[in-house]
Design a protein around this ligand. Sequence first.
Ligand SMILES: *[C@@H]1O[C@H](CO)[C@@H](O)[C@H](O)[C@H]1NC(C)=O
Ligand SMILES: *[C@@H]1O[C@H](CO)[C@@H](O)[C@H](O)[C@H]1NC(C)=O
Ligand SMILES: *[C@@H]1O[C@H](CO)[C@@H](O)[C@H](O)[C@H]1NC(C)=O
Ligand SMILES: [Zn+2]
Length: 291
Amino acid sequence: MSSLLLSLLLLPVLLLTLASTLEFRYHSNREVEQYLLQMNTSNPDIAHLYSIGQSVRGQQLWVLALGLSPRRHTVGIPEFKYVANMHGNEVLGRVLLLQLIDDLVGGYRRNETWSQLLLNNTRIHILPTMNPDGFDSSNTDCQYSVGRFNENGVDLNRNFPDAFAGLKRQQQVDEEKREAEVRAVIGWLRMESFVLSANLHGGAVVASYPYDNSNGGSEQVGGASVSPDDDVFIHLAKTYSHSHGSMHRGDVCADSRPFLDGITNGYQWYPLSGQHAGDTSGFHLVSLNFT
Ligand SMILES: *[C@@H]1O[C@H](CO)[C@@H](O)[C@H](O)[C@H]1NC(C)=O
Ligand SMILES: *[C@@H]1O[C@H](CO)[C@@H](O)[C@H](O)[C@H]1NC(C)=O
Ligand SMILES: *[C@@H]1O[C@H](CO)[C@@H](O)[C@H](O)[C@H]1NC(C)=O
Ligand SMILES: [Zn+2]
């Protein structure tokens, strides 16, 4: 694991401290789109905006790719991806990813070494909202979980194929029941070879690492569903939680279990099938919440 990839993973926690030209507040889907279009137009040398598909209500799922060769893969340059707001009411991640874009591009323009090193040596794909429809409905109602689901009332983080489907056939989501947003992300994963990913959620202060689902029982130790890259994931999760102001302390609400070091194996936290983390190419679920 290169230190570049590691520092990339840490960016959302670190960037809050840096100055930014982008206003630090929630942005509507329209504002997010306008911002991405503008970043794309003003930075053709390092930015490439593309849509991976549309939400149920026809909103584009925009991805901004940043790097020295933003339009295509370069041999030896790893592909990294960030996803936020797949639960429409978990909104902090989309704010952080817009800040990340602003700071990466601004830093590059100002010849800041950290940004130049990252953009010269990785290609970073950023999907600020995977569930824009859910976000829109969460705006109109502050009740718990309103806006979590997509327009069809489906939890997108339960709608992906299960990597161990052969072992747990009853939990597999039928192909025809797959939602538009999930099909778009699956197509995206087929298009690019991501080596590391992070998915920003809300509701818990913890870095959660794969697997989230049962791997069939053969590799389970102490209630964890252990992946072949377990040591790497634990290292990444700890580095993230210790770079955060309080995550590593494992503080949680009184009624839940504390997270030792602010990290958890996803399955050990709670077993879950059909989640985006089921794609095993990377570190997938970083949950963040500052409220
Ligand atoms: C991004 O900018 C390029 C260069 O200006 C332009 O050709 C392209 O159409 C833009 N992409 C989108 C999605 O607007
Ligand atoms: C950044 O560095 C390049 C090459 O050394 C130089 O041409 C450019 O003027 C610099 N830009 C700024 C904002 O310092
Ligand atoms: C990044 O690449 C650009 C373009 O090739 C170059 O001008 C710049 O010096 C590089 N920066 C670093 C830190 O390597
Ligand atoms: Zn979530």
